[in-house]
Design a protein around this ligand. Structure first.
Ligand SMILES: NC(=O)c1ccc[n+]([C@@H]2O[C@H](COP(=O)([O-])OP(=O)(O)OC[C@H]3O[C@@H](n4cnc5c(N)ncnc54)[C@H](O)[C@@H]3O)[C@@H](O)[C@H]2O)c1
Length: 313
């Protein structure tokens, strides 16, 4: 098939592009490099790269031509960025998504697989989180991702296009750099490699569901291949770990001793997070395969090379 990956130069997008090329699909990437890296695609030259903005209708129309599937990952990513710049967040995540949907409809795309976030849920009322958990986002980012989902699903009702929205929990893996909008794993790993102290916000007993990027890629590919499936689905590992235990795990895989400081809890952070992933398993066979131990060992190896390659980490 021919596929468009918006945001394909980013962390998750570039891992997805790699898998799609390995599976012998034809891939176009549309990315304005706002937070992505051209170098993420250096070894993926079979993908056609278009530097452009999803809010630019002409650029999207050009990129989407002939595509059967659109993987829509381009976004202004993260709670902090959205609190700092709520207008940009909404412009890219809501208006940008509608421009992609309009282009997809006009181009006869069969399916859009859109990247949503567990941030749509807000503070948890029940654990694990099922798809029907109340959606009360705590940040503009959570709200814009929820709006993005609703737009995708409305298009699936109105037009001859299927839409799957994947609500990622905390994704980690290669190509996730230190600047990844406050994500705890890259921050801790790169700080440890630099011998800097790690700051845990709150008491460290808050929990997160960390999912390896390869499993997120698997969810995207399986969702795209499914027929007659539209809806919003959780994409987590189905397991959780406290931040204190995460630090222990990073110490074990890096064999470096961390310096840990505790700071006040951060605005917009939820206390606990854990995905119920049975809906995605039942709908399109999603099944995470990478344990946190294995994934962290792989990530640490990548981060060590990256730290050597770059001066600015
Ligand atoms: N990493 C996570 O833990 C996580 C969790 C939940 C949801 N997500 C979602 O997954 C998707 C990918 O996130 P990521 O972690 O790879 O982040 P990322 O910042 O590495 O990727 C986003 C990509 O979108 C591109 N982009 C931003 N605005 C654009 C625009 N207007 N036009 C074209 N391209 C644009 C960026 O340059 C970047 O390459 C995003 O939609 C994000 O909201 C990520």
């Amino acid at each position: 098939m021919k596929a468009l990956v918006t945001g394909g130069a980013g962390f998750i997008g570039s891992n997805l592009v790699r898998q799609l090329l390995e599976d012998r699909h034809r891939v176009t990437v549309l990315d304005n490099l706002m937070s992505g890296y051209r170098s993420n695609l250096d070894s993926l030259s079979d993908a056609c790269f278009i530097e452009g903005d999803i809010r630019d209708e002409a650029a999207v129309a050009r990129a989407i031509e002939g595509c059967e599937v659109v993987f829509h990952l381009a976004a202004s990513v993260g709670n902090k960025r959205s609190i700092d710049n709520a207008l940009l967040d909404a412009d890219i995540n809501v208006m940008g998504t509608i421009k992609v949907l309009e282009a997809a409809r006009k181009a006869g795309v069969r399916k859009i697989v859109a990247s949503s976030s567990a941030g749509i849920f807000g503070e948890l009322k029940t654990l694990p989180i099922r798809e029907d958990h109340p959606v009360e986002p705590d940040t503009p980012y959570g709200s814009s991702k929820l709006c993005m989902e609703k737009e995708c699903l409305a298009y699936a009702k109105l037009y001859d296009i299927e839409a799957v929205c994947l609500r990622y929990f905390n994704v980690y893996g290669p190509n996730q750099r230190f600047d990844a909008y406050g994500n705890v794993i890259p921050i801790f790993v790169f700080k440890m490699l630099r011998g800097e102290p790690l700051t845990i916000f709150g008491d460290g007993e808050q929990t997160r569901d960390f999912i390896n990027v390869r499993d997120v890629v698997q969810a995207n590919v399986k969702a795209a291949m499914s027929r007659g499936v539209s809806g919003a689905f959780n994409a987590g590992s189905g397991g959780r770990i406290t931040i204190n235990k995460l630090v222990d795990l990073i110490r074990d895989v890096s064999r470096l001793e961390p310096l840990v400081e505790y700071g006040p809890p951060r605005a917009g952070d939820v206390r606990h997070s854990l995905a119920d992933i049975s809906a995605a398993r039942d709908a399109f066979g999603f099944q995470p395969t990478i344990s946190l131990e294995q994934g962290m060992a792989e990530y640490m190896a990548w981060a060590k090379e990256e730290a050597v390659r770059t001066v600015d980490v």
